[in-house]
Write a protein that binds this ligand. Sequence first.
Ligand code: PAF
Length: 288
Amino acid sequence: MEVISSPEEMQKKAFALKRAGKTISCVPTMGFLHQGHLSLIREARASADVLVVTIFVNPAQFGPSEDYRTYPRDPERDLRLCRQEQVDIVFAPETCDIYPDGYSTYIEENDLSRWLCGVDRPGHFRGVATVVTKLFNIVQPDVAYFGQKDYQQSRVITKMVKDLNLPVRIAVCPIVREDDGLAMSSRNKYLNPKERQESLCLYRALSRAEKLVMSGEYSAVTIREEMEAVIRQEPHSRIDYIEIRDGETLEPRDQVGEGTLIALAVFIGKTRLIDNLVIEKVPRSLSE
Ligand code: PAF
């Protein structure tokens, strides 16, 4: 496994691979890898000749009062895991290589970014879109893998790729959960044992929503109220949002149907967690 930190060297390597007729898959990450990342890496491994994992904690996607400085990092362990997964290249640049002094160019997606996490995290998706574009330009992937847990992120990136005619296919892989249902996230590390218990309310709320839909309750207002009631049972929880939206456009929906996204962001103590569910099918007899 090669570890490359220079963007110029990575890009040169990528162009050489392309000239040799190789396909490249890419898994962009901020490191502190968990099973969710590993599931993306395994999918990506099988889909191209050369697999590149990028590890870069991107300052541009954190707000001034967010956790950029304290975001969990463990580069040694990340490299060990990548080696185990037979990653070909880890691209792990320094911040000054990606944003050198005087850096002043940003990419903004201005539709899907407005909602959900975009409300309380202004500039977040601008930071994500900018770094992902740069990583794509450097790594030249044919296909790039993202997790459904960051549903809005995957929609923003898919839209950006389409709008900018970037020659890369975006693949979105299912959420990976702990045995008790908590969606895997590097930020789960912030939770103390009590908060870890309370964090299960996100999954419980989504499960409640799914059960309601499967029993024929499609009203967004009712589903949201029921989800709120589940979350409020936990003393250290604070709801940022519970949203019921079209899974493609992210426009609000009054009624749940096939392809509807149910998404939530909840603070457990100081830790902000997100999770979501896409309703694949509503019961047949009820949808007719
Ligand atoms: O999902 C993440 O880890 C990050 O937002 C990403 C896509 C690597 C961009 O920094």
